[in-house]
Write a protein that binds this ligand. Structure first.
Ligand code: COA
Length: 154
């Protein structure tokens, strides 16, 4: 089936909530997604079905990953990696060269994926997460500034 990474729109909202609830023990409430469409955010679809999303908070040349998930049934098949890769490429073309995120210290899957894409551990935020309480690893990836390109790139 055709796989596509594309920017998200309002019509994707129900699928984003579905993926969020499938992915996290303590999912964000729907209201926490308010304002997300002001930022360039991305989803991965198989045919017509959205199976994953990655949300960024972008300010000028800096982008912070705020949420990232793939439906359980579709994990381990390279879709998360493809989404991370394509979204970072798109943001780099838009002028972002510094990327940050926080991740649960025990989340070996995500940490291993982030390492593959140039993220290094910058430090620990003690007790950052609740239910269960856990430290966050703060990670960052830094690139040589690129020339901003106009127009669609996905
Ligand atoms: C993190 C997540 C988005 C990755 O998506 P995915 O589609 O399953 O990942 P991929 O199949 O693209 O795997 C890419 C890389 O992730 C890592 N990875 C994936 N599955 C793994 C596993 N079971 N064990 C260890 N590493 C794993 C590997 O580095 C892998 O690269 P490799 O195949 O070269 O070893 C997905 O696991 C998820 O939704 N997890 C729950 C939500 C979450 O933790 N989000 C991150 C919050 S910071």
């Amino acid at each position: 089936m055709d796989r596509l990474v594309r920017e998200l729109s309002l019509g994707d909202f129900p699928d984003i909530i579905r993926i969020e609830r499938d992915s996290f023990d303590e999912p964000w409430p729907a209201a926490a997604f308010d304002g997300m469409f002001k930022h360039p955010n991305y989803g991965v679809a198989l045919g017509d079905e959205l199976i994953g999303f990655i949300l960024y908070n972008r300010v000028e040349d800096e982008a912070v990953i705020t949420n990232f998930a793939v439906l359980k049934a579709h994990r381990g098949k390279g879709h998360g990696e493809y989404l991370l890769d394509q979204s970072m490429r798109s943001l780099r073309k838009k002028g972002c060269d510094r990327f940050y995120l926080e991740v649960r210290k025990s989340n070996d899957v995500a940490i291993s994926l982030y390492h593959k894409y140039g993220y290094q551990s910058l430090g620990i935020r003690k007790g950052y997460y609740s239910s269960p309480t856990e430290d966050a690893v703060v990670m960052g990836a830094f690139f040589t500034p690129t020339v901003k390109e106009d127009g669609d790139d996905l």
